[in-house]
Design a protein around this ligand. Structure first.
Ligand code: KG4
Ligand code: ZN
Length: 343
């Protein structure tokens, strides 16, 4: 079964081909990505209308690229998968529209994928794929969740953010330090030259006794600190970046280890853009080694949004018989769509 996957939920257009034999883990044949980061940079964040227009421009040329690279033809596709949500409505509609038009033209079924399920299952594309069950730490620009995962489609929410996501904390802190968009990677790079103990920043909900997160207060504390520094800020920026990163990472680390302890599970999967963070990986690796827990990450280039994870999630759902693809081409998208409401 050859699955074409299309991702267009935010600011990356991703297209990929995944092949599944029905048993074992599906195999990635090719994938192509166009990032809109440069286009949105001038505005300091994603401009939804520009994002949609750019997805329209990019998606079919990227599709041609993945077919050429895989040595396959469009007519060989068995299922067309696309991101149905969550994400920007206009951006999602581009991928959904193209996927359903291709499906209708080919007479092949389509399948709408949950973007976060894509992230969650993306470590299965790595050389060291996980095994069920596991605890998943899902840390993207819009979501921060800890989940118990017993199989494809079997997700139990253990805790989530009650306000900002971890990625948002990185992005907003970076923005007020003048580091541009997206802020996470830039803040992390700058942090390497700073002292993580330079500023005492809050670790929200660290001792809350549950697995929920909150990062809005941290962002405010960073803002207050930046204002206090005033003219000194440029000279102390690396210290502030390092202190911010240390605070975010400590909370993510502690809550993940608590989730593992409470569930008694011995595998951790880390997915979503913030999963690319070097300090988070370093500290999780050390803590998991001490706790005898196996930790799995997606390949670094598949941490942020991509089409491969969408094709992969579709193939795994079909193989596990939790969903069938449909030839009902009257599509809709779900800009807001909690993962635990996925059936
Ligand atoms: O999963 P993703 O690509 O998009 C969403 O679905 O949201 O995640 C993007 C988020 C952004 O907030 C970005 O700043 C953050 O991931 N990010 C990082 C790093 N790379 C990406 N945050 C910290 N360190 C990084 N190395
Ligand atoms: Zn994402």
């Amino acid at each position: 079964m050859l699955v074409l996957g299309i991702e267009s939920s935010c600011d990356e257009t991703g297209v990929a081909l995944v092949e599944s034999s029905g048993t074992g883990v599906p195999v990635l044949r090719s994938h192509a990505l166009h990032s809109q980061i440069e286009m949105h940079q001038a505005y300091g964040g994603v401009v939804p209308e520009l994002a949609s227009r750019d997805h329209i421009r990019r998606v079919l040329p990227l599709a041609q690229q993945v077919f050429a690279e895989a040595g396959r033809m469009l007519s060989q596709v068995d299922v067309v998968a696309y991101t149905r949500g969550p994400g920007l409505a206009g951006a999602l509609l581009v991928g959904a529209g193209v996927a359903c038009a291709l499906g209708a033209a080919l007479g092949k079924p389509v399948l709408g994928v949950h973007h976060l399920e894509g992230h969650l299952l993306s470590p299965f594309l790595s050389a060291d794929p996980p095994q069920f069950p596991f605890v998943a730490l899902l840390v993207s620009g819009g979501h921060t969740q800890l989940m118990r995962v017993d199989g494809v489609g079997r997700y139990e929410m253990l805790g989530e953010t009650i306000d900002d996501a971890a990625g948002e904390a990185f992005d907003k802190s970076a923005k007020l330090m003048g580091l541009g968009y997206p802020g996470g990677p830039a803040l992390s790079r700058l942090a390497q030259q700073g002292d993580p103990k330079a500023f005492k920043l809050p670790r929200p909900l660290l001792h809350s006794g549950n697995l929920d997160f909150s990062f809005a207060g941290l962002k405010t504390a960073v803002m207050t600190q930046a204002k206090k520094l005033g003219e000194e800020l440029p000279a102390r920026k690396a210290d502030l970046a390092a202190s911010t990163e240390a605070a975010i990472v400590e909370v993510l680390l502690k809550k993940s280890m608590t989730a593992l302890k409470e569930t008694g599970l011995t595998r951790l999967v880390v997915a979503g853009g913030v999963g690319a963070n070097g300090l988070l990986r370093e500290q999780l690796n050390a803590a998991c080694a001490r706790a005898r827990v196996r930790v799995h990450y997606p390949e670094l280039h598949l941490c942020t949004d991509n089409g491969a994870m969408i094709a992969m999630a579709a193939a795994m759902r079909l193989d596990a018989h939790v969903q069938t693809a449909t030839t009902e081409y009257a599509f809709d998208v779900k800009p807001r769509w909690p993962l635990d409401q996925l059936t």
